[in-house]
Design a protein around this ligand. Structure first.
Ligand SMILES: Nc1ncnc2c1ncn2[C@@H]1O[C@H](COP(=O)(O)OP(=O)(O)OP(=O)(O)O)[C@@H](O)[C@H]1O
Ligand SMILES: Cc1ncc(C[n+]2csc(CCOP(=O)(O)O)c2C)c(N)n1
Ligand SMILES: [Mg+2]
Ligand SMILES: [Mg+2]
Ligand SMILES: [Mg+2]
Length: 323
């Protein structure tokens, strides 16, 4: 299994000691702050064999971490992968997970510098630690939202939950909705928009959407001590998501608000900053949508629909909901 790690292209010339010793050693970039994050994927919780291929698992594990670096405005650099493998998984399957991970790493100029490999009587468990860097003082926080800010979201929301629904309940329709399946199995993190936000000078607030836009909006509201008002009709939903929701007799907005795993960014920025952000996203061909505004008041999130305002449920994906 360890032979998988040999002969990889390094995206950095700052690696002093590579994979193979007791730990990796890298030279810190001068005048840069270090960003550090860790996210885990567990078979049955985050994927089933029927929902994700081995390559998808590796790809999505790195994306979920890249998304947190993006939400901080960082540039990803080095990764460490810890993997606990049950005996029911074949070496070739683990190799495929690495292939997916390396594909995503190469697209994002990330170098795997180490990790750990163990056996387990439990389900396949993968935990990735990702490092990144940002200009000192420029990291994006959840606590920077101010009254008068525009609330924005990148990309579309709800597609991953719609894709998961298809994979679980109507796998025979996979080919009919490739964008939804891809949103669930091969999501891409919004690293370049995160970097733009951090260097913009506007001190925007930012969070990435792993547990659902409702939960992340609440996190910004509470961290910043402000009220976020989001217009439901402005949420960017795809026609494919709406079509599958109709078939499932589901409300597509439920998937958008509470589904999660979109790995888009939600943030807030001053109105003049919003104009510049919109232009920057347009130039990079990235969809970005203004979905609401920040008001002074008790920390909360309100949803506005057909001109009526109501409190938005503070819920998202919760690993311990049944405890
Ligand atoms: N077990 C833990 N020990 C120490 N810090 C933790 C632990 N779990 C989470 N954190 C820290 O808490 C903060 C929020 O983590 P959390 O995992 O909730 O956010 P996230 O990664 O954005 O969301 P998600 O895990 O749903 O993708 C981060 O700073 C994270 O490093
Ligand atoms: C088989 C299967 N069932 C359910 C889900 C949905 N799901 C699992 S974890 C999670 C939140 C993000 O994870 P985390 O909070 O750990 O970052 C979501 C929305 C799935 N992907 N696969
Ligand atoms: Mg996390
Ligand atoms: Mg996050
Ligand atoms: Mg979560």
């Amino acid at each position: 299994m360890r032979s998988l790690l040999k002969g990889r292209s390094a995206w950095s010339d700052r690696i002093e000691v590579d994979i193979g010793d007791d730990a990796a050693v890298v030279v810190p970039a001068p005048e840069r702050s270090l960003v550090m994050t860790c996210d885990t994927m567990v078979e049955t919780v985050h994927f089933l064999r029927q929902t994700m291929s081995c390559r998808d698992i590796g790809w999505k594990l790195l994306t979920s971490n890249l998304s947190d670096i993006a939400a901080m405005g960082g540039t990803p650099t080095f990764a460490l992968l810890s993997i606990a493998v049950p005996f029911s998984w074949q070496t070739e399957e683990i190799q495929e997970i690495y292939r997916g991970l390396y594909q995503c790493a190469d697209e994002n100029r990330v170098t795997l510098v180490g990790g750990d490999t163990v056996s387990t009587p439990g389900p396949l468990t993968l935990s990735l630690t990702l490092l990144g860097e940002v200009s000192p003082g420029n990291a994006l926080r959840r606590s920077s939202a101010k009254p008068g800010d525009v609330v924005f979201v990148t990309g579309t929301v709800g597609d991953s939950a719609a894709g998961l629904y298809l994979l679980l309940h109507h796998p025979q329709l996979k080919e009919d909705f490739p964008t939804l399946v891809k949103a669930h199995t091969r999501p891409a993190a919004q690293v370049s928009i995160g970097k733009w936000l951090a260097e913009s000078g506007f001190n925007p607030a930012c969070d990435d959407i792993s547990d659902g836009i409702a939960g992340e909006a609440w996190e910004i509201a509470e961290a910043s001590g402000v009220k976020l008002v989001i217009e439901q009709e402005k949420l960017p939903l795809t026609a494919a998501c709406k079509e599958v929701a109709k078939m499932a007799e589901m409300d597509p907005y439920e998937w958008a608000w509470f589904g999660g795993e979109d790995y888009q960014l939600i943030g807030t920025i001053r109105p003049d900053g919003w104009q510049q952000l919109r232009q920057a996203a347009l130039e990079e061909n990235i969809l970005i949508t203004a979905i609401g505004r920040v008001e002074a008041g008790e920390p909360c999130v309100e949803k506005e629909t057909a001109g009526k305002r109501m409190s938005l449920q503070q819920k998202g994906y919760n690993h311990f909901a049944d405890r």
